[in-house]
Design a protein around this ligand. Structure first.
Ligand code: NAD
Ligand code: GLY
Length: 356
């Protein structure tokens, strides 16, 4: 089974990937020296699908395991829910060395990770991602956060997990819409860094079960390599946001009717067209990217939204550097770079053309 290591100055961790990895969680914890209590944070759906069985396996291995169940949905990635988890941790008499296991998609990973990073000034975190998005992206790299007020991910920390256990077999139960959502991130990794992965996705827009292990491994290897260079996201890590500046603004202006993966798909097309207009990549490469996104079941045009509002939302994007909106462009499929010089009029014109 593939294992990717993230090697940071004072903290290293493994990402174990493969079908059946869920059965190895107890052994993974033991390897890290944990043997007594463990806290499993999940949501009702994932509890039923995988949580109950995982808890039993941990109990069988001798752990005093407490399950903490958070309602399903982005709106529960909140300080309020974090507060409820703190209380339950207190009731369970969790200690500073009690591992918190985040079992679920990015919502659970971000919330449980935030709680792990703040309760008692930091408890060990184990990510056990069960969606494509969380397996290829959010479980690795240490960004944990909750949403506060109208802003997403605005209260958070950098807090690396001690271990990531990624069971690709859990994707068998994931709804098609969530697979498509995650495919946007897979296409992103191919486009920014891995032409072979990109080709794989071009040929397999809805990947068969046996392909996931390789797809996840390739994405995570890229993320590990980038995070090792720039853990705190001040430079090269920005390239992981290819398609996200425009995509995120579209999500917001559509009132989240446009899903994250859909917004990123449209944003990547915009990024590729800007790259072509700047003479950085060819028309053929823009076409390849657009076709791959379409074949994965994602939109490539804006569904009739107010472009001025999208531009405004982009100005608030947290990746703004010195007042300039930071863009990630392509020098071709497999090579991304940061570009700070783009005129907003140019973006505005392009988005008008892409608007239905
Ligand atoms: P999600 O966590 O909401 O999961 C999507 C849905 O799938 C939920 O209803 C969930 O219950 C269900 N689900 C999870 N696993 C399942 C399975 N195996 N079978 C069936 N259903 C399953 O969504 P997501 O796309 O995984 O994550 C989105 C979140 O991730 C957002 O909050 C976003 O901000 C965050 N995110 C974080 C980072 C990071 O670096 N920390 C990066 C990208 C996104
Ligand atoms: N998902 C982008 C990052 O982790 O930086």
């Amino acid at each position: 089974m593939p294992t990717i290591s993230v090697n940071l100055k004072d903290k290293n961790y493994d990402i174990r990937i493969g079908s059946g990895v869920l059965n190895q969680v107890a052994e993974g914890l033991a390897t890290l020296g944990f043997s007594q209590k463990a806290v499993l944070v999940t949501n009702p759906l994932v509890k039923r699908l995988y949580g109950d069985k995982l808890k039993e396996s941990l109990k069988a291995a001798g752990f005093d395991c407490q399950m903490m169940v958070v309602p399903d949905g982005e709106s529960y990635k909140s300080l309020d829910q974090a507060g409820k988890l703190y209380e339950q941790l207190g009731d369970f008499q969790a200690e500073r060395q009690t591992p918190i296991l985040a079992l679920g998609g990015g919502v659970i990973g971000d919330l449980a990770g935030f709680v792990a990073s703040t309760y008692m000034r930091g408890m060990p975190l184990v990510q056990i991602p069960t969606t494509v998005l969380s397996q290829v992206d959010s479980s690795v790299g240490g960004k944990v956060a909750v949403n506060h007020g109208r802003l997403k991910n605005n209260v958070g920390t950098f807090y690396q997990p001690r271990l990531v256990m990624t069971d690709s077999a859990t994707l068998a139960t994931l709804p098609k819409e969530e697979i498509r959502n995650g495919m946007a991130e897979v296409i992103k990794y191919g486009a920014i860094r891995d032409p072979e992965l990109f080709e794989m996705v071009e040929n397999n827009p809805s990947p068969a079960a046996e392909l996931w292990e390789e797809i996840i491994t390739r994405c995570v290897a890229i993320k590990a390599e980038i995070v090792q260079q720039d853990e705190k996201d001040t430079g090269i890590r920005n390239i992981l946001n290819f398609g996200h500046t425009v995509g995120h603004a579209i999500e917001i202006v559509s009132n989240y009717k446009v899903k994250h993966g859909q917004g990123v798909g449209i944003g990547m097309v915009a990024g590729a067209i800007i790259s072509e207009q700047g003479g950085f990549c060819s028309t053929r490469e823009v076409d390849r990217l657009r076709t791959a996104i379409q074949k994965a079941g994602l939109p490539v045009r804006i569904p009739h939204l107010d472009i001025n509002k999208i531009i405004q939302a982009m100005q608030h994007d947290k990746k703004k550097a010195g007042g300039q909106v930071r863009f990630i462009l392509l020098k071709g499929i497999g090579e991304a770079f940061i570009y700070d010089e783009i005129e907003m009029e140019l973006i505005s014109g392009l988005l008008q053309e892409m608007n239905d």
